[in-house]
Ligand binder design. Structure first.
Ligand code: C2E
Ligand code: MG
Ligand code: MG
Length: 743
């Protein structure tokens, strides 16, 4: 199951690099757009300013023309020559010819006080008065305004002693279009300047002068205002990409337009700087690409390291299988899915059998190799499973979605076969089996912990039922488990509440003399009454409580029996205890504290405790023996003890298991077995005692086999320490009798 699929990785890469790329390119595009915008704005502002300048310049041009006419007409001589008595020669020289030659006025006219033309000149030459008809229309609009101003000015009075009378010129101008030609027409009232001569009457003549807007004028105007390609166009012209100003007549109607190519300083600048600018943008683009490339590399590294750490977080390092965290995530997702169409989920708990033996006898490296090999096999043979996870140690979980129950059975068979197949390792042949527990989930709403617990409970049933088997979870099993849990809690509190105590079962010689006693633990449960050690000792071993329980036993036994004289005491020690570091030291310390003599104590170990060659066990046994404790092999015959084990640990005594004693009643075979055991013990120079002797017949047969020591209900029930002490004192006098029934 991939935690971070390719498409998800690509998506994340895009999500992380995308904004950087986007921002970089957006930044570049923004820069280009901003430049274009600025250039355009620059051009527009420049064009607007230029337009205002040209408009004002054209107005100035008209004012200058007015001023030219005014210098000729605002003059005492003009009053004399045009008003007092019309002098055509004077008019030729000072009006018609002068205005044309020096200022380009092609048409000049003089109107008398009644607005009748009395003089006409065209291009500096006197012309027929009828030529005034062309400008009559324009004159008729301007003349009444001049007369109005003349009226407001009033009569000019002589001012003696003054050089001039300083009367502002009375003028009007207009732009007119006549016969396809546009003119600037100026109308000026004849007035005195020094006032030496004054107009004859209240109305003076008026001079009309017209100057065409022609190529010459355009040329000088455009030179003055630095205009490009200045043209005079028709009133409706709207040339693209050119600036225009409209020329209006006195009624406000557009008679022509002046048009020119606007100055574009921004565009000009852009053209001048285009290569440096393009170079700058290219450098920025290259930098952006480098940033993006670097960004991509960093993002790739980030994603890779995240993928690695996610893999580490979700996988077991030894087998590379999914671990507990991924199992929970997957299980949660599968349990949240719909269970429709008969689809169900099997949670299969796999626990190796006898894995600890491999670890203990061959070391952790062998255990690791075994786990790795089996994990590989599980991967190969469980291809149809949703997930194979290692929970830790020798515990695995397999998840399977299925429709037919046979699919689960089939998968379980494959798992059993994969685990139990022998492994040829560098440590020799390795062999384990496994116990399976299956929880079948067919409805939603089950919590992952619950589902796993059910599979675990079923797996323990497989273990109890003889291992290498499959158990499907049933709700009743959960009840049993709960009961076990309660019992465990009770046992924990029993360690301090006085409900635990020791009894001692006498061991007698053939004469019936009590030579020893085996310490046996008793638990008197406040509610459930006496609970046999066969129930709570294995529970304590599984839960780890055995260490505390074992210490309790040692303290109790040493303190109750330290004062006994000449009576050996057997103490049962669990395999878990003897395999723990410092156990021998603990025993020694407790014995010393109680003042007990080690040589009077016999440590009873079962055959399984001595299986394999666990170095801690060996060290503990050796230390105990060195200090004077003797070792008995309990329940002899039920395990796998080899002669080598008996020798390696220099066991002092074997205790023939009760099952063999029972068998004595049934067949001759039993007798042969007991006989062989006694002989074996003799040949190895070991003591031998028979356990569970209940009848005199059994005792006799044991005697016949050469057994000289006995323990059982026949020779003595387990009793309190004081009762045993008394019994031992009597033992020499008379054989021990049954004291009370086992309770
Ligand atoms: P074990 O060490 O083999 O102890 C002998 C068991 O046989 C005792 O059962 C004893 O009461 C019983 N027994 C003795 N004579 C007869 C007989 O004639 N007939 C029958 N049917 N039974 C007889 P108990 O006390 O129930 O202990 C069972 C096992 O619990 C012990 O087997 C021992 O393995 C374990 N155990 C008891 N006390 C302790 C302890 O203090 N520490 C540890 N680690 N294990 C203990
Ligand atoms: Mg025992
Ligand atoms: Mg026994």
């Amino acid at each position: 199951m991939s935690l971070l699929g390719d498409s998800s990785r690509d998506w994340r890469r895009t999500r992380l690099v995308g904004p950087v790329m986007g921002m970089t390119f957006a930044g570049l595009a923004l820069l280009v757009l901003l430049s274009i915008f600025l250039v355009q704005r620059f051009d527009i502002v420049a064009a607007e300013r230029e337009q205002v300048l040209v408009e004002q310049g054209f107005e100035r041009q008209i004012e200058e023309l007015d001023a030219v006419v005014a210098t000729q007409v605002d003059w005492d001589d003009a009053i004399t020559a045009l008003d007092h008595k019309f002098d055509p020669e004077w008019a030729d020289f000072n009006v018609g010819n002068y205005l044309y030659t020096f200022n380009g006025f092609t048409h000049s006219y003089v109107l008398d006080r009644d607005e009748r033309p009395i003089y006409a000149a065209v291009r500096g030459e006197r012309a027929p008065l009828s030529s005034f008809a062309r400008f009559e229309g324009a004159a008729r609009r301007m003349v009444p305004l001049i007369r109005q101003a003349e009226l407001w000015r009033g009569t000019i009075l002589p001012r003696p002693g003054k050089n001039n009378i300083v009367i502002p010129p009375i003028q009007r101008n207009a732009i007119v279009s006549i016969g396809g030609q546009t003119y600037i027409v100026s109308a000026t009232l004849v007035q005195p300047d020094f006032g030496k001569v004054l107009p004859k009457g209240p109305r003076a003549p008026i001079v009309i002068a017209a100057k065409p807007i022609d190529a010459g004028m355009l040329k000088s105007f455009s030179r003055r205002y630095l205009l490009d390609n200045l043209l005079l166009l028709g009133p409706t012209a709207q040339p693209a990409g050119r600036s225009v100003i409209e020329l209006r007549d006195m009624d406000g109607a557009v008679v022509a337009t002046l048009s020119w190519v606007p100055r574009q300083p921004g565009t000009y600048l852009l053209q001048k700087l285009q290569w440096p600018l393009l170079g700058g943008i290219a450098v920025l683009a290259i930098l952006a690409l480098l940033v993006i490339r670097r960004g991509r590399a960093i993002v790739n590294e980030l994603i890779a390291s995240e993928t690695r750490s996610r893999h580490l977080a979700y996988h077991d390092q030894l087998t590379q299988l999914p671990n507990r965290a991924l199992l929970f995530e997957t299980l949660r997702a599968l349990l949240a899915a719909r269970f429709g169409d008969g689809n169900r989920l099997a949670v299969i708990c796999v626990d190796f059998d006898r894995f600890k033996d491999v670890n203990d006898t061959l070391g952790h490296h062998a255990g690791d190799e075994l786990i790795q090999t089996v994990a590989g096999r599980l991967r190969e043979s469980c291809g149809d499973a949703e997930l194979i996870a290692r929970l830790g140690g020798d515990e695995f979980v397999v998840l399977l979605e299925f429709a037919e129950e046979e699919q689960v059975h089939d998968l379980c068979r494959r798992i059993l076969a994969a685990v139990s197949e022998r492994i040829d390792s560098e440590f020799g042949w390795l062999e384990v089996g496994c116990s399976l527990g299956v929880a079948v989930i067919d409805h939603a709403g089950v919590e992952p912990t619950e589902a796993l617990r059910w599979a675990d409970v079923a797996m323990y049933r497989s273990k109890e039922g003889g291992r290498q088997r499959v158990t499907f979870f049933e709700p009743e099993m959960d009840d049993a488990l709960s009961a076990r849990r309660l019992l465990e809690a009770d046992l924990r509190s029993a360690l301090g509440d006085g409900s635990l105590g020791m009894v001692y079962q006498p061991q007698v010689d053939r004469t019936g003399r009590v030579t020893a006693a085996e310490a046996l633990l008793r638990w008197n449960h406040p509610v459930r009454g006496a609970i046999p050690p066969g129930i709570f000792v294995p529970l304590a071993e599984e839960t780890g409580l055995i260490m505390a329980l074992g210490e309790f036993v040692l303290r109790q036994v040493f303190s109750e029996t330290a004062q006994w004289v000449g009576l050996r005491v057997g103490i049962n020690v669990s395999a878990v205890q003897i395999r723990s570091h410092g156990f021998a030291a603990l025993v020694t310390r407790l014995a010393a504290q109680a003042g007990a003599d080690p040589s009077r104590y016999e440590i009873e170990l079962t055959e399984t405790a001595l299986l394999g060659d666990d170095p801690i066990t060996a060290a503990n046994v050796e230390a105990l023996k060195r200090l004077g404790f003797s070792i008995a092999l309990d329940d002899f015959g039920t395990g796998y003890t080899s002669l080598a084990v008996l020798q390696r640990y220099s066991v002092n005594r074997i205790k023939i298991d009760r099952s063999f004693v029972c068998a004595l009643d049934e067949s001759g075979e039993g007798e042969a077995l007991v006989d062989a055991m006694v002989k074996l013990a003799r040949s190895l120079n070991l003591g031998v005692i028979a356990e569970g002797v209940e009848t005199e017949a059994q005792r006799k047969r044991l005697m016949a086999c050469g057994c000289r020591e006995f323990q059982g209900y026949l020779t003595g029930m387990p009793q309190r320490a004081d009762a045993i002490a008394a019994l031992a004192g009597l033992a020499a006098a008379e054989p021990v009798r049954k004291v009370r029934k086992r309770g």
